[in-house]
Design a protein around this ligand. Sequence first.
Ligand code: ZN
Length: 145
Amino acid sequence: MLKIRKIGDPVLRSKANKVNEINEDTKELVNKMIDTMYEAEGIGLAAPQVGILQAIIIVDLGNKLYKVINPEIIHKEGKTILEEGCLSIPEENGQVIRAKKIKLKGLNLEGKEIIIEAEDLLARAFQHEIDHLEGILFVDKKLGL
Ligand code: ZN
């Protein structure tokens, strides 16, 4: 199991690097991230949250596990507000505005380009995790409600 970094750790404020080569180490890291996310009962995890500055995210709302390397949002539509939390910021929640629908592109673990269309909670989870790759945390965006 990997250690989940908590707010205050500078790694959470650093930008992740694009993955240039997907190799066995990448796959092993993704597998460890998956175990760590499930153990922590999270619905998403970004590599910087386990101290690794690589552009890798995983998301699973309970019915499908997404693993995306070098994710990039290529389309956003609409707005929604919902409460969010984060494994790196225990015991804090906040209302955050996010796009309602998104389209993202990235690579799968075989290095093939994938396009994912998501809306509502799934779109939110992707946006939250992709923010982690830029060193952005939900508390930066949280509304003062
Ligand atoms: Zn988070």
